[in-house]
Design a protein around this ligand. Structure first.
Ligand code: UDP
Length: 237
């Protein structure tokens, strides 16, 4: 099956993608992820990035241990800003102009989220990293990714994970699990398949933004999938 051509993408990186060797943010792993982004940027794609924070702090998990939920969620959002700065640092070390915009303004650290300014950065060939999700507790960075993908008119949301697509069962537990080449938003929601949060999937569905689920841990995979070659699953209508 030939995949559609995407020009402007939003790449969602879970916090755990930056982990390695017992470090929440492993510099070597982060540098590798940055090279993936730089490669596709060099090929002319426009790239927005949304980073998670789960490698450092997750509000829901902390709330289960007694933290007040909203406070824990704000802590989680702050964690995403740390990850965003780490990815920015790694990109700039290889000469890629990058701006971080946070949904929670912190002007000494990064720019506040301003959609039109983000648009200008992309026009100038910069990578824009969106931090702090949607800026409100009780949400996740998956929802932040879907929201920013819609606002920035991205052609697709690329969800980088540690598996190469969406399966009908957990491929790490069920050897006969089957990978979907494409699957509908409605099936993902009805079968409760673990692609992204339901609210994020619904937002993509309502705005007709394809979700491309692929393995970001494999070197060169982002470029391959964008070229229509690598293994992935597309969630679409
Ligand atoms: N978070 C939030 N609102 C948002 C985005 C994130 O409250 O709009 C908090 C939430 O506590 C979440 C944490 O930030 O657990 C880290 O984000 P997420 O779990 O989405 O990170 P990922 O799993 O992608 O690493």
């Amino acid at each position: 099956m030939t995949r559609p051509r995407f020009n402007r993408i939003l790449l969602k990186l879970s916090g755990e993608v930056l982990m390695g060797d017992g470090h929440a943010i492993d510099p070597a792993v982060t540098a590798r992820v940055a090279r993936e982004i730089a490669d596709v940027k060099a090929q002319g794609y426009e790239v927005c990035v949304v980073v998670g924070g789960g490698n450092i702090f997750r509000g829901l998990a902390a709330a289960a241990k007694g933290f007040e939920r909203a406070t824990a969620d704000y802590m989680g959002m702050l964690a995403t800003v740390m990850n965003a700065l780490a990815v920015q640092n790694a990109l700039e070390q290889i000469g890629v102009d990058t701006r971080v915009q946070s949904a929670i303004p912190m002007s000494s650290v990064c720019e506040p989220y301003i959609r039109r300014r983000a648009e200008r950065h992309l026009e100038k060939g910069r990578i824009v990293i969106f931090a702090a999700g949607v800026g409100s507790p009780y949400f996740t960075t998956d929802s932040g990714a879907a929201l920013r993908a819609a606002e920035m008119k991205c052609d697709a949301l690329f969800k980088g994970t540690s598996v190469d697509g969406v399966y009908d069962a957990d491929p790490k537990k069920v050897p006969t699990a089957k990978r979907f080449e494409t699957i509908s938003y409605d099936r993902v929601l009805a079968d409760n398949l673990k692609v992204m949060d339901a609210s994020a999937v619904a937002l993509c569905r309502d705005n007709n933004i394809p979700i491309v689920v692929f393995n970001i841990r494999e070197q060169g995979n982002l470029a391959r999938v964008l070229a229509g070659e690598g293994t992935a699953t597309i969630v679409q209508r």
